[in-house]
Design a binder for this molecule. Structure first.
Ligand SMILES: Nc1nc2c(c(=O)[nH]1)N[C@H]1C(S)=C(S)[C@@H](COP(=O)(O)O)O[C@H]1N2
Ligand SMILES: [Mo]
Length: 223
């Protein structure tokens, strides 16, 4: 855990310093997160070393304590759960390489993700037959999005705690983010702290603002 925290902070500082040299780009979520400048809504910092853009909807990125973090799984389940990071790591480890695509046009190819499959997280909670969808609630309020159980069961959907061979970094949603490569990035909720089993998918943050609920790449209103 110490190493992970140190690595996260080092990487964060590294990018922040890089950000300072490119202030000409304007204020960014990175700079806002580091407290250097006030945040501007929807700000994005192009990162020179990768295609990622870091997106947030709140003024600050959530923090978490690895000792006390719990992923809650509740709603239409027989047994509500509160899973610690160690509990998640004790589940079968899933790995995949997939592209990540934002609806605004950028793509990061061949992202290496490590984490768990949704079914393995749900197994102990035992969803009720009436449960047909999942809400992924972010610690970053009010970000939320959802998938049907069927969508969440696709083989390349996962909850990731690792990215490109390193612990998932805070700007990318540590300690846990959803990865749904077949849909646009807004489905891939960062800083997931709760999964709620529901009858129907709830309307997600960007879906409340006009984006398709089914964000299939190539087949949605933004394709
Ligand atoms: N909590 C949270 N999750 C989020 C977002 C956000 O603003 N807040 N943005 C979404 C969008 S639109 C995209 S494209 C990806 C971006 O992932 P990244 O910030 O790791 O690059 O995260 C998604 N998940
Ligand atoms: Mo996005």
């Amino acid at each position: 855990m110490k190493d992970e925290q140190r690595l996260g902070r080092a990487a964060f500082l590294g990018v922040t310093v890089a950000g300072l040299s490119s202030l000409v780009w304007g204020r960014s979520a990175w700079e806002a997160a580091s407290g250097i400048l006030p945040r501007s809504v929807g700000a994005v910092l192009p990162q020179p070393t990768s295609g990622w853009r870091i997106y947030t909807v709140a003024a600050t990125m959530p923090t978490f304590d690895p000792e006390t973090y719990r992923l809650r799984v509740d709603g239409l389940v027989q047994r509500p759960l509160a899973l610690a990071l160690d509990d998640l790591r004790a589940l079968p480890v899933a790995q995949q390489v997939s592209d990540f695509r934002c609806v605004t046009g950028w793509t990061v190819e061949d992202v290496r993700w490590t984490g768990v499959r949704i079914r393995d997280v749900l197994a102990a909670a035992a969803p009720l037959p009436s449960g047909a969808a999942l809400s992924f609630v972010s610690a970053e309020r009010p970000y939320v999005d959802s998938l049907t159980l069927e969508q969440a069961s696709l083989p390349d959907v996962m909850l990731a705690w690792g990215m490109d061979g390193r612990p998932l970094e805070r700007p990318h949603g540590a300690p846990l983010r959803l990865v749904m490569p077949r849909m646009y990035g807004y489905k891939s909720v960062k800083w997931v702290e709760r999964i709620v089993v529901t009858r129907e998918p709830v309307v997600g943050y960007w879906e409340q603002r006009g984006y398709d609920r089914d964000a299939w790449i190539g087949h949605s209103n933004s394709a």
